[in-house]
Design a protein around this ligand. Structure first.
Ligand SMILES: NC(=O)c1ccc[n+]([C@@H]2O[C@H](COP(=O)([O-])OP(=O)(O)OC[C@H]3O[C@@H](n4cnc5c(N)ncnc54)[C@H](O)[C@@H]3O)[C@@H](O)[C@H]2O)c1
Ligand SMILES: O=P(O)(O)OC[C@@H](O)[C@@H](O)[C@H](O)[C@H](O)CO
Length: 384
């Protein structure tokens, strides 16, 4: 079985590639970084280091790699002959992956290659559905019909914290031991991919919202507040009671909303929150606040981890008091190395926090959430 995986980065090697290889797939990573591709091709194996008390390393074998910039034809052939395609490139990169994927799928349809599933493993709602839209936008009506019946794009939720890599080995990836990969079985075409460790569900929405609005909301609140206070890592930030109080408050607010919307058992959800806080505190992890806070314009998107739950909970009469502070903190994120943070700060200078939220997420300046965020922003800027 051949799995073609776009993005040989942290989550690609540290999670998706490792699970696929363990499940019996030969994994062909596709990336644009020449050195990385060459090294994978030379070694055909790497190690995943579990960040826990004992020093465990897992061997990942049967891997190879292709460079989509310098050998696009080989990537197209690989997609045409694959048993599974996955991505972990970042939500905004899906549009760059789509053209070569389209060519591979068209070649597969020409060759009557049979059903195939394409799973986008990105932190977003509807990642695979978006990829399908991008892929089919350039296809003829006939090709679109064929894609509908033969190519599945099941949406997915993936959870494993893979921090920035500090090791000396180019391929080894250090990861937290926990992982969860949930796939919407309704999107699958042909045989359900036999991936060990994947949970197939009939409706992904509760799972992806629970993950994005707990793990990623909490992570973002912690990182943005930590950044303002001068902490380097999530682990340092969460040790500060003023950060952990707001973080816990925000997760209790999103928790109330998730329990109400999806009918989770409140005690189970509380356990889920505690587990996540413990994962953030993992003393073996050193996860920079700049990684967790990266791409603030994406994270301030209307449906993403901050405004997504805040807007939905206000519609239900739940007040995002702590979450609003987290959103205000996101507006303060000014990491000079992050192009989205630089753009965000330019927007705030020009248009102020309310104008910026309107431009990024289409929220009217008179929305009650905006009033709360502005209040939080003023206090954070004044250092109170
Ligand atoms: N790191 C985590 O803890 C984590 C956990 C769950 C989900 N995710 C999600 O996984 C995705 C990837 O995150 P990451 O942390 O692994 O990032 P990363 O930067 O480590 O990896 C991304 C990889 O994609 C490659 N890439 C960029 N453009 C490409 C293209 N056009 N074609 C092929 N490859 C391309 C990059 O070279 C890089 O190797 C994101 O959507 C992220 O939200 C990350
Ligand atoms: O990858 P991002 O930029 O969407 O979010 C940063 C982190 O919150 C994220 O990578 C988490 O580590 C991950 O989602 C845990 O499963």
């Amino acid at each position: 079985m051949l799995a073609v995986h776009f993005g040989a980065g942290n989550i690609g090697r540290g999670f998706i590639g490792a699970l696929l290889s363990r499940s019996g797939y030969e994994v062909c990573f596709v990336d644009i970084q020449g050195r990385l591709v060459e090294t994978i091709r030379e070694r055909r194996a790497y190690k995943v280091h579990l960040l826990e008390e004992e020093d465990n390393r897992i061997d990942v074998n049967h891997v190879t790699a292709l460079n989509s910039r310098t050998e696009p034809e080989r990537v197209i052939e690989a997609v045409a002959g694959a048993d599974l395609v996955t991505t972990a490139v970042g939500p905004s990169v899906l549009k760059s992956v789509a053209p070569i994927l389209t060519d591979g799928l068209c070649l597969r349809l020409e060759k009557d290659g049979g059903p195939l599933n394409v799973i986008a493993c990105e932190n977003m709602l509807g990642g695979s559905s978006l990829l399908k839209k991008l892929v089919t936008s350039e296809m003829t009506e006939e090709e679109c019909r064929e894609v509908d019946s033969l190519i599945g794009f099941p949406d997915a939720a993936v959870d494993r914290i893979v921090p920035e890599q500090k090791g000396t080995d180019r391929l080894e990836v250090a990861v937290e031991p926990f992982y969860e990969w949930v796939v919407d079985v309704r999107g699958v075409r042909g045989t359900v991919p036999p991936i060990q460790g994947v949970t197939y569900v009939k409706d992904l929405t509760p799972y992806i919202e629970r993950k994005l609005f707990t793990v990623n909301t909490g992570h973002a609140v912690c990182a943005y507040l930590g950044y303002i206070m001068g902490y380097g890592t999530v682990q340092e930030a969460i040790a500060d009671p003023s950060v952990s109080e707001t973080l816990r408050g925000a997760l209790e607010e999103t928790g109330e909303f998730l329990v109400q919307k999806h009918g989770f058992d409140p005690r189970d959800h509380q356990k889920y929150i505690e587990e996540i806080l413990n994962r953030f505190r993992n003393p073996h992890l050193k996860d920079p606040v700049t990684r967790v806070g990266r791409s603030p314009l994406r994270k301030l998107g209307r449906e993403d981890r901050l405004l997504g739950p805040a807007l939905q909970m206000m519609d239900r009469g739940i007040q995002p008091n702590h979450l609003a502070v987290g959103i205000a903190a996101a507006l303060c994120f000014d990491d000079p190395a992050d192009p989205e943070a630089v753009k965000l700060q330019r927007m705030i200078k020009r248009e102020g926090p309310a104008g910026t939220l309107q431009a990024i997420a289409g929220i009217a300046p008179e929305h009650p959430l905006v009033r709360r965020v502005r209040e939080g922003y003023r206090k954070l800027r004044q250092g109170t």
